[in-house]
Design a protein around this ligand. Structure first.
Ligand SMILES: C[S@@+](CC[C@H](N)C(=O)[O-])C[C@H]1O[C@@H](n2cnc3c(N)ncnc32)[C@H](O)[C@@H]1O
Length: 332
């Protein structure tokens, strides 16, 4: 596209976004979505308007690039657009409002109510499962020890986008939010995602998002992330190699994959009572998966516990030049 064409396109996009935002309810919706992701029914409740009306406003805001729409089963979440110029404009417009959103103080009270109920539901789910999770956690080194290793292996700078695969309660997102431009988590379980959303809001993480997705079919283009983590997920997988290959696909050249899971063990009860499919992984098994996903094993750290050992494997994707060389060699 020529520069002049691109400029015209950008001006049209900005004008469409301004037109979409120039309506009181739609500005209220933008303010509300600045505080987190909201479903249509939550917005209906907060705004006190009918569902068709709210849906029509949302459609316009999404169409103009001010909001992103993400489907999760039968629910659809709306949040401020990530991409510019829509995302940048939405944020700038909201910043112009007194106190971010004082245009409709009642909205904020109702938003707080909705969030409180959500947090209660997430906490109830957590309470129902916490004892089971604690059982497993007591078998290995403390999480902070594993997290310290993961932190050490992730570069301090240069991580724009990080993906946490099987994010569960979003702990990895909390650990890495301050070290990356943007953190995203995916998980198959909506209940886990609800807990993750609450945890992120509570931790004040503004650069994080979660969505429902399958680790075998990640909803991202190839080469979209500078780092990915798979923390305590692979032992549930029926095809761990495929999950690693899919993670490698979405990594950019020179990006890192960090996998944390158990070393081989014989605690059969983890299968019977905790749905573990695999009783840990050997270094050679993980190295073979990394190799077929074209990742180079850069580091392997064993953290012995009683009775389980946690291992962290770090793989690195080849840089652009090495990848081009490999493609060339494949052709010749
Ligand atoms: C033990 S939890 C670990 C959560 C988190 N990574 C952590 O360490 O706190 C395992 C998570 O993997 C998720 N999971 C299992 N199979 C999955 C799949 N095929 N795609 C996405 N997530 C999956 C589960 O829903 C669960 O939340």
């Amino acid at each position: 596209m020529y520069d002049s064409e691109r400029q015209t396109r950008t001006v049209e996009t900005v004008l469409a976004a301004l037109r979409a935002a120039a309506e009181p309810t739609r500005l209220r919706i933008l303010s509300l979505c600045a505080g987190g992701e909201l479903t249509v029914s939550e917005l209906v409740r907060i705004l006190g308007q009918s569902q068709p009306r709210v849906s029509r406003h949302l459609k316009l805001l999404v169409g103009a690039g001010l909001l992103d729409r993400v489907r999760e089963g039968s629910w659809v979440f709306h949040r401020l657009a990530h991409d510019d110029p829509g995302g940048a404009m939405a944020r700038q417009l909201i910043a112009l409002l007194p106190d971010g959103a004082a245009a409709a103080p009642l909205d904020m009270d109702r938003l707080a109510e909705v969030k409180h109920e959500r947090a209660e539901a997430a906490a109830a789910y957590f309470r129902r499962n916490a004892a089971r999770w604690d059982d497993v956690r007591s078998l290995y080194v403390e999480e902070v020890v594993v997290e310290a290793v993961l932190r050490r292996l992730l570069p301090r700078r240069g991580v724009r986008d990080l993906l946490d695969i099987g994010t569960g309660t979003g702990r990895m997102l909390e650990v890495f939010a301050s070290r990356a431009g943007r953190v995203q988590g995916i998980d198959l379980s909506p209940a886990m995602l609800a807990v993750a959303r609450t945890n992120m809001e509570r931790a004040g993480i503004a650069n994080g998002q979660v969505r429902k997705a399958d680790m075998y079919r990640l909803p991202f283009a190839s080469e979209s992330f500078d780092a990915a983590t798979i923390h305590q997920v692979l032992h549930f997988a029926d095809d761990p190699g495929k999950a690693i290959a899919e993670a490698a696909r979405v990594l950019r050249p020179s990006a890192r994959l960090l996998v944390a899971d158990f070393a081989p063990h014989d605690l059969e009860f983890l299968r019977d009572e905790h749905e573990h499919r695999r009783l840990g992984f050997s270094d050679s098994e993980v190295a073979a998966w990394f190799k077929s996903a074209h990742l180079k094993v850069k580091d392997t750290v064993h953290l012995p516990g009683d009775p389980l050992t946690v291992t962290v494997w770090m793989g690195v994707k080849p840089g652009r030049r090495a990848a081009a060389g490999r493609r060339q060699a494949g052709k010749n």
